[in-house]
Design a protein around this ligand. Structure first.
Ligand SMILES: [Zn+2]
Ligand SMILES: [Zn+2]
Length: 287
């Protein structure tokens, strides 16, 4: 079975353990066929925009802008060293903010040619009083500012829709599609939220993007992959391509529960997984 992990972090983001090389060595140990290094892109560029990024501890969420070239050159060097042992991919997980594309593009445009793919994510919501990261435990009290958890989901999916339909935001894969459930916060009006999920998936389909099956959720309070079985079924009906990501923040988490996930997506009907190289998508068969 070919195992490819497209979502991994490392110590450059200040909240993951281990160097890039530690992850590569562990991926080889675990017999993965491919590891995508996809650390968080810096948030620093937002300081020149109207987004008050200082309201969240953004330095703890990503490397700084002046480390980006070191990150890219390190992966290039490691790709040569390990080329006979594992396929290495270079990527970024980029957080989306509405109307900030021009600021982001100033930083990332001239580096796009070096990347194999880009994960597009939403972690930070506007909140009622200030910005907060929906997946950062320290901001759980912000949830009280909303009348209902459903409103967090709606804000999250509206932001995903903005990301997916943005003509200037260049990316390939939608990450952790139902992230607000992380702390066991399920939607209350399930139909209301599912309608928004379907609208979002229709945007994904129109742009022909890939959605990640992220096993990080299985290690969190919700104990479930992102997205849920029900959402993956909808994705299959819409013929939306998928790939696997562990969202490893420790080398031991690489390829986490991938065999289980392959069984799950096969049961739904999927027979292939997306594969990326230099921003081009091809497919590998699930045996
Ligand atoms: Zn992270
Ligand atoms: Zn993420």
């Amino acid at each position: 079975m070919v195992l490819e992990d497209y979502h991994t972090h490392n110590q450059m983001c200040h909240h993951a353990v281990g160097s890039i090389e530690d992850y590569i060595k562990k991926a080889i140990d675990k017999k993965l066929d491919l590891i995508g290094i996809s650390d968080h892109f810096p948030y620093e560029y937002l300081k020149s925009s109207s987004i008050l990024i200082e309201e969240v501890p953004y330095q703890e969420y990503a490397m700084s802008l002046n480390e980006v070239d070191l990150y890219l050159s390190s992966i290039q060097r490691l790709r040569d060293i390990y080329k006979n042992k594992i396929q290495l991919r270079v990527a970024f997980e980029v957080d989306y903010f509405k109307s900030q594309e021009s600021f982001l593009n100033l930083q990332i445009k001239n580096r796009l040619n070096n990347l194999d793919y880009i994960l597009g994510s939403v972690h930070i919501l506007h909140g009622k009083s200030k910005l907060f990261a929906v997946d950062d435990r320290r901001f759980l009290s912000m949830y009280k500012e909303y009348d209902s958890i459903d409103n967090i989901y709606l804000e999250y999916y509206h932001k995903l829709q903005d990301m997916i339909t943005s003509e200037e935001f260049d990316f390939d894969v939608v990450s952790h599609f139902d992230l607000p459930k992380k702390y066991k916060k399920r939607a209350i009006d399930k139909e209301l939220v599912m309608n928004e999920v379907i609208k979002t998936l229709e945007c994904v389909k129109r742009r022909d993007l890939t959605v990640e099956i992220n096993t990080g959720g299985l290690r969190k309070e919700i104990k479930e992959q992102y997205p849920s079985f029900e959402i993956i079924e909808k994705m299959y009906e819409l013929d939306i391509p998928i790939l696997l990501g562990s969202d490893a923040h420790h080398p031991n988490e690489l390829g986490y529960k991938f065999n289980k996930m392959i069984k799950l997506v096969s049961k739904i009907g999927y027979t292939k997984l997306a594969h990326f190289y230099k921003r081009k998508r091809t497919f590998i068969e699930i045996p």
